[in-house]
Design a protein around this ligand. Structure first.
Ligand SMILES: [Zn+2]
Length: 104
């Protein structure tokens, strides 16, 4: 951090945040009901106000990642594991019942 251009530049005019000399830059954090959070920085309060008057950028809905064959493979592996565990439980129960004299 610190050397990041996006952090050091005004989000309205693009000037460096320390362009005005003294520490007059301003950072804004915007929370929206959609649960989105925006963080902006401006070289001075005027620019923060100017930015805030404008319509906010559209809400960015998270794009679901396309499922890869790897994901499906993992799903099948988990399913197989559960089936295997289930089979073991059945086998264990059957053996127990046999031991206890069930099933004749
Ligand atoms: Zn500015």
């Amino acid at each position: 951090m610190g050397e990041n251009e996006e952090l050091d530049a005004c989000d309205l005019c693009g000037r460096r945040l320390d362009a005005e000399g003294e520490n007059v830059w301003l950072a804004l954090e915007v929370f929206r009901p959609e649960g989105e959070w925006i963080s902006m920085a401006f070289c001075r309060q005027d620019h923060a106000a100017e930015w805030l008057v404008r319509p906010l950028p559209p809400v960015q809905t998270p794009v679901p990642l396309p499922r890869t064959w790897r994901d499906r493979l993992a799903d099948w592996a988990v399913a197989a594991l559960f089936l295997f565990a289930g089979a073991l439980v059945l086998l264990g129960s059957y053996t127990l019942v046999r031991l206890l004299g069930g099933f004749g």
